[in-house]
Design a protein around this ligand. Structure first.
Ligand SMILES: Nc1ncnc2c1ncn2[C@@H]1O[C@H](COP(=O)(O)OP(=O)(O)OP(=O)(O)O)[C@@H](O)[C@H]1O
Ligand SMILES: [Mg+2]
Length: 400
């Protein structure tokens, strides 16, 4: 798929941008703080309805816009998805509540019809690549879960809704566990929330097992290519509730023995999760917290059996991330039927010549890629000959 038109109003430092979008490769160049990352942020928002850098949606609305009771940051995209054209519009609306401060809400329209945002996640697909995404490999489990959730949401229509239902039930369950721990009470009150996290949680675990297996398959192939056969990359799912009876221990992982959890159905996972929660109930009440479930899952990246998150060199991690990102593009294409739009923020500058060439070689099939840079000379003339170059300054395109 590819964007054919984009307009932004009051989005970050873009007061008004209205532009057609070229197919193929688009290089967005500009000095620091001119709006390169913000442009990618707007496009990624259309795929995931979340920002990769703002803590709160209100941060996306232009802060220089004249004060008013109503402020609207707007992203409108026209894009082609296979044989069809679509128009997706997102409004981030900030309303004054008098003395009660401001309220921010969102509206989204697909082809002119208002829809629930959770229904629209992944209608438009994008893969985002930022240098700081090395933290997917060597950062916290939260970052890895977020990576997985954003990738899977884009390919699985029920995932976003299940995740939000799971998180809501989880916080209710935690509140109840805390009350039971501090003041006592009938533990059977947990039954309702148990059932909620079991059903939604089993769905998430099943989806994660499948996605990790599929992405790993692609990533291993690409990684072997990128390392000229020197490294075997594995993605090892470490679920907090493990449907596999003998949970992975350090010994097993060191020997790099993959555990196949693909045979478990969602129902089997739910039954097992239910039993595990029963066993853990007393300990969970004592701690006042839910200790089992997808909110505690992790994924390990192993190269030749070694945990890259702990032992990886910078170069190894950078290459593994490149393998993962190229795998994600191919995986998304295989799941949705369409190439996602690729968004690369300052990535090429961070890669050595060989890796840069490897990445570019994998881009030939995709329909649209946006690359930002402060220095257009980083790209070879061959590359630039086949690309469109835009220059942005202060939230405006100044090349045309
Ligand atoms: N809500 C907002 N309203 C107005 N301006 C904003 C808002 N949020 C961020 N900005 C500003 O927009 C400018 C562009 O930011 P952006 O991150 O897109 O720059 P960039 O071109 O990617 O720069 P760099 O090369 O440093 O990464 C910055 O000066 C930033 O402070
Ligand atoms: Mg930037």
């Amino acid at each position: 798929m590819y964007l054919t038109h984009l307009s932004l109003s009051n989005f970050r430092n873009y007061i008004r941008l209205d532009t057609s979008m070229p197919q193929g490769t688009l290089v967005v160049m500009g000095d620091n703080a001119q709006g390169k990352t913000s442009l990618l942020e707007a496009i990624y928002y259309l795929a995931t309805f979340t920002s990769f850098q703002a803590g709160q949606n209100r941060e996306l609305i232009n802060f220089l816009a004249p004060k008013a009771d109503l402020l609207v940051g707007r992203i409108v995209a026209e894009y082609r998805r296979g044989p069809k054209n679509h128009r997706l519009e997102v409004r981030i609306i900030q309303e004054s509540q008098g003395f009660n401060g401001v309220r921010v809400r969102r509206e989204a329209l697909l082809d002119g019809t208002k829809k629930k945002i959770s229904e629209l996640v992944g209608h438009f697909n994008a893969v985002l690549f930022l240098p700081r995404m090395m933290s997917i490999i060597d950062g916290t489990p939260t970052e890895r879960r977020r990576y997985l959730d954003l990738a899977i949401s884009q390919t699985n229509a029920h995932y976003t809704a299940s995740l939000s239902a799971y998180n809501k039930a989880l916080s209710q369950r935690n509140a109840l566990l805390k009350t039971l721990s501090e003041r006592g009470g009938d533990p059977e009150q947990l039954a309702y929330w148990d059932e909620q996290i079991i059903q939604t949680g089993a769905f998430l675990i099943r989806a994660r097992i499948q996605a990790i297996t599929e992405i790993e398959e692609q990533a291993a192939l690409i990684h072997s290519e990128l390392t000229r056969g020197a490294e075997r990359l594995r993605l090892s799912y470490l679920p907090a509730y493990d449907p596999h009876h003998e949970p992975a221990n350090q010994m097993v992982l060191n020997f790099d023995t993959p555990i196949d959890r693909n045979q478990f159905t969602r129902e089997e996972i739910a039954t097992g999760f239910e039993a595990a929660l029963k066993t853990a109930r007393r300990a969970e009440i004592a701690r006042g917290q839910t200790t089992l479930g997808p909110h505690r899952d992790d994924v390990q990246f192993l190269a030749n059996g070694v945990d890259l998150g702990v032992y990886g060199s910078r170069g190894q991690i950078r290459t593994a991330l490149l393998s993962l990102k190229i795998a994600e593009i191919n995986w998304m294409k295989s799941k949705t039927g369409y190439w996602p739009v690729l968004l690369l923020d300052e990535v090429l500058a961070e890669l050595d010549t060989q890796r840069r060439a490897d990445l570019i070689a994998h881009l030939t099939d995709i329909k649209q890629a946006l690359l930002t840079t402060t220095d257009v000379d980083l790209f070879g003339s061959d590359f630039l000959e086949n690309a469109t170059v835009w220059q942005v300054e202060n939230g405006r395109r100044i090349d045309s």
